[in-house]
Design a protein around this ligand. Structure first.
Ligand code: ADP
Length: 497
């Protein structure tokens, strides 16, 4: 007891023993207060740091006990920072011995508090890590801002056991609510906040009805030269500790990332939509032109053929033949353009019929040879039945035959054969061939090999693209083997079943 006989020295030992196992900082402080009260027999009140007399605060850490007559305040100090005070009001004046003993109590209490704080920090770190991991899993997958804001606020409310959490985003010259989450009956928070952080803070303090609240600034990378700030605000009854602020900061960093994700997703979705629209427009336009070419071309070819039959002579005959050939080329081009447009639309469907492939290929070869007999056909004598769309496959085959004739001056071989699984049509020429590195490029849209970009070989680079598309939708394959300068063999393989 404090009194004439002074504080008993065992008090010191008890302080140490009693607090050795306490892990909670608040528990340590309460334990010290209880201990002081029982050991001194004087009422003891726990003081927050800002309630400790300035004389003591100023003297920290040199003096850890403040005395004035029958009153004493024992300080708990960690890392030179005053964390709490224990106010004792005794019936007798405190002796110098009492004060010395209380100083030792203070030193040991400070040590116990420091341990508890360190332990608490470790625990908080573990909690922060787990919480942020969960938050990352939750928020990084969002593609829209509204649901993301709602999910973020719900997380913040749960993490901090809060009554309300609000995410504010910049709109013009103020911050407006993007999303919120609250328990029933929770006090409100302002719907708008000024951009100035201190003003926002003050406004929040007045609206928070004595609740504790914590704000964390959200920094989004500047976009189009615009500052895009935001705030995450959390309100609860219990005060916020350092570790809570750390977790809140971690959460807003994640939030900024998640919001940027949403923005990037929206940007790319917008770009895709614009691209799809312009593609659809282009395809429609192309289909319209290609289709409307057909009529006039048929008339031109028809009349030119008639003129030739009527026995045109000399230069006039040559001119008419050129007109016919060019009209044929134009017809081919418009057919490719029409097919190219339709490969993008739902209209690219097949009308498949099971029939013999041999006469079908024979017919295509005969028509291609119409001018000057350069293609030789080798085909089995027995029928080779396959399911295919006549007009589409004819288009693909014509493209291969036309290329073989265009890129080679020598005879072209066409071979029809079969394996148990496939019907094969090979088109072999001994022309310019394709450079090995460019083999895949020639099947892409507008893809042409470097050795074909010569005035002799006029072309658009869409024929093979269309041919492969057509064979693909048949469930087949279009492949090529070639050596540059030695020719090329294109093979269409169609499934037999
Ligand atoms: P185009 O012949 O109009 O350029 P294609 O799509 O039909 O377009 O062919 C794409 C490219 O593939 C051609 O530009 C050419 O480089 C190459 N190619 C196609 N067929 C042959 C062939 N038989 N021999 C050599 N190169 C060819």
């Amino acid at each position: 007891m404090i009194g004439r006989e002074g504080l008993r020295p065992e008090l010191l030992e008890r302080t140490i023993l009693a607090l050795a196992d306490v892990r909670e900082p608040q528990g340590v402080l309460a334990g010290i207060a209880r201990l002081l009260e029982t050991e001194t027999g004087c009422p003891c009140t726990l003081l927050a740091p800002d309630r400790v007399p300035p004389e003591l605060s100023a003297a920290v850490p040199a003096t850890s006990v403040w005395r004035s007559g029958d009153r004493a305040i024992v300080a708990a100090i960690v890392d030179g920072e005053l964390r709490a005070g224990f106010s004792l009001r005794c019936a007798h004046e405190l002796s110098d011995d009492d004060v010395r003993t209380l100083r030792l109590v203070s030193a040991h209490a400070s040590l116990a508090l420091s341990n508890a704080l360190a332990f608490d920090q470790l625990r908080h770190h573990a909690r922060e890590g787990a919480a942020l991991g969960e938050a990352a899993r939750t928020v990084l997958g969002f593609t829209e801002l509204q649901p993301l804001a709602a999910a973020l606020c719900a997380l913040a409310r749960r993490f901090f056991n809060a009554e309300r959490s609000v995410l504010y985003g910049r709109t013009g010259d103020e911050l407006r609510v993007l999303g919120s989450s609250a328990v029933a009956g929770a006090p409100g928070m302002p719907g708008r906040l000024p951009l100035d952080r201190d003003e926002a803070d003050a406004l929040m303090a007045t609206s928070a009805e004595q609740r504790a609240f914590a704000l964390a600034a959200l920094r989004l990378p500047a976009h189009d030269g615009e500052d895009r700030s935001g705030l995450l605000a959390v309100m609860r009854v219990a005060p916020f500790e350092k570790a809570d602020h750390r977790l809140l900061d971690g959460l807003v960093t994640l939030a900024a990332l998640a919001i940027r994700n949403v923005e990037l997703y929206e940007e790319s979705a917008r770009a895709n939509r614009a691209l799809a629209e312009s593609n659809a427009f282009k395809d429609d336009l192309m289909a319209m032109f290609a289709h409307d070419f057909k009529g006039p071309l048929t008339v031109i070819s028809g009349f030119t053929e008639l003129m030739l039959e009527d026995g045109l002579e000399g230069e006039q005959r040559t001119a008419a033949q050129t007109v016919l050939a060019q009209a044929g080329r134009l017809a081919k081009l418009s057919e490719d353009a029409l097919a190219l447009a339709s490969t993008h639309s739902a209209g690219f469907s097949l009308r498949r019929v099971r029939e013999d492939l041999v006469p079908f290929v024979g017919e295509a070869v005969r028509d291609a040879n119409a001018g000057g007999e350069r293609i030789e056909l080798t085909a089995p004598t027995e029928p080779l039945e396959v399911l295919f769309d006549r007009s589409r496959l004819r288009h693909a085959l014509e493209n291969l035959l036309g290329n073989a004739l265009k890129y080679s001056a020598d005879p072209v071989e066409v071979r029809v054969s079969a394996t148990p699984a496939e019907a094969l049509i090979e088109v072999r020429d001994r022309g310019i061939g394709i450079p090995a590195a460019e083999i895949e490029r020639i099947f892409t849209r507008f893809g042409r090999a470097s050795n074909a970009r010569d005035r002799r070989f006029a072309g658009t680079g869409i024929g093979l693209y269309i041919a492969r598309k057509i064979v693909d939708v048949h469930g087949g394959r279009l492949t090529v083997s070639s050596l540059e300068g030695e020719g090329a063999t294109f093979t269409i393989g169609l499934p037999r079943e």
